[in-house]
Design a protein around this ligand. Structure first.
Ligand code: UDP
Length: 325
């Protein structure tokens, strides 16, 4: 298929773009490089620098292009930041996505795969299924939920084939691509930067949550496993015109457990300091991915947190300063 990948210079989008190319698809990456890295774009993909809010630029890319699908990763992703700058998040994530969906319909693109998030759910002490009630704790989660709803209506009205993937916590690295946000706010890369000595300590945002050790519990999923689900979803759209699936490993780890695992993997001391809670953080988010396993045969190849952190650590050792551009 010919596929447009928005956010294909980012952490998840670039790994999916690579897997698409490996699977024989033709890939055009569309990214404004506000947080992505040109160096992360796979060499076999065409690259177009543009913003999802820029309809003329989208038209120029999609015009006469015969695209079979859009995979839409481009978004602001920091839940904490979304609680400080809600307008920026609604505009970029919601208005940008609506602009892209309009362009998809106008240019006859029939398939749309959307990066959603566990952040659409409220905290739950137990695995979340797709049938659990939504209740975002952050503006970020709310923006993703609004786009999910818009896609559902476009499916019903225009017949757009839609796969919504609700990611839990993407982590780990491939040999070529790793997590390098600017600025970095995610737990595992920050912990590993601390292990490398690039940061003096890792802050634990809150140790008074109703969890086993008081810190937040998340379900970490290896980036390659997350990526493989996109190829299955893309192919699955032929038989299932609307899908909404969770993607996680079904095992939750607390912030302290992640840090302890990273100490074991790296063999280095990782000093910590407890700070106040970060606004927008639910206490516990753990996935049941039974539905995507059942429907598409998805299976995680690297389910263990230790394997996930090992792969991230290898990437950090090889790229101590992230991507060089
Ligand atoms: N976290 C933390 N210190 C940090 C970064 C994150 O304690 O420096 C916590 C954060 O509050 C959350 C968990 O680690 O409970 C995972 O956060 P991350 O930003 O990696 O992913 P999110 O769950 O927000 O998508």
């Amino acid at each position: 298929m010919k596929v447009l990948v928005t956010g294909g210079a980012g952490y998840i989008g670039s790994v999916v773009a690579q897997q698409l190319l490996d699977g024989g698809h033709s890939v055009v990456v569309y990214d404004n490089l506000s947080s992505g890295h040109l160096a992360a774009v796979p060499p076999g993909a065409d690259f177009f620098q543009g913003d999802t809010l820029d309809r003329p630029a989208l038209d120029a890319v999609l015009q006469g292009g015969g695209f079979d699908a859009i995979l839409h990763f481009a978004a602001f992703i920091e839940a904490g930041e979304s609680m400080r700058e809600p307008g920026r998040f609604f505009r970029n994530n919601v208005t940008g996505s609506l602009t892209l969906i309009d362009a998809a319909v106008a240019h006859g693109v029939e398939r749309f795969v959307f990066s959603s998030t566990a952040g659409v759910y409220a905290s739950k002490d137990g695995p979340l299924t797709e049938d659990d009630p939504v209740g975002p704790a952050s503006v970020y989660g709310a923006t993703k939920l609004m786009v999910e709803q818009a896609l559902e209506w476009h499916h019903r009205i225009h017949g757009l084939r839609v796969a919504i993937l609700r990611y839990f916590n993407a982590a780990g690295a491939t040999a070529e691509r790793g997590e390098a946000h600017r600025p970095e706010t995610h737990l595992i890369p920050l912990v590993l930067q601390t292990a490398l000595g690039n940061r003096p300590q890792i802050a634990i945002f809150g140790d008074d949550y109703p969890t086993r050790d008081g810190t937040c519990i998340r379900d970490y999923i290896h980036i390659e496993d997350l990526a493989s689900a996109h190829l299955l979803a893309l192919a699955g759209l032929d038989n299932r015109p609307f899908m909404r699936f969770n993607l996680g490993n079904g095992a939750g780890y607390s912030v302290r457990e992640v840090i302890e695992t990273a100490r074991r993997v790296t063999g280095r001391p990782i000093p910590t300091v407890v700070r106040p809670r970060r606004p927008g953080d639910p206490a516990i988010l753990v996935a049941s991915s039974a539905q995507i396993q059942e429907a598409l045969g998805w299976k995680s190849v690297y389910p263990e947190l230790e394997q996930i952190i090992e792969s991230a650590w290898r990437w950090h050792l090889a790229h101590p300063l992230g991507y060089h551009e």
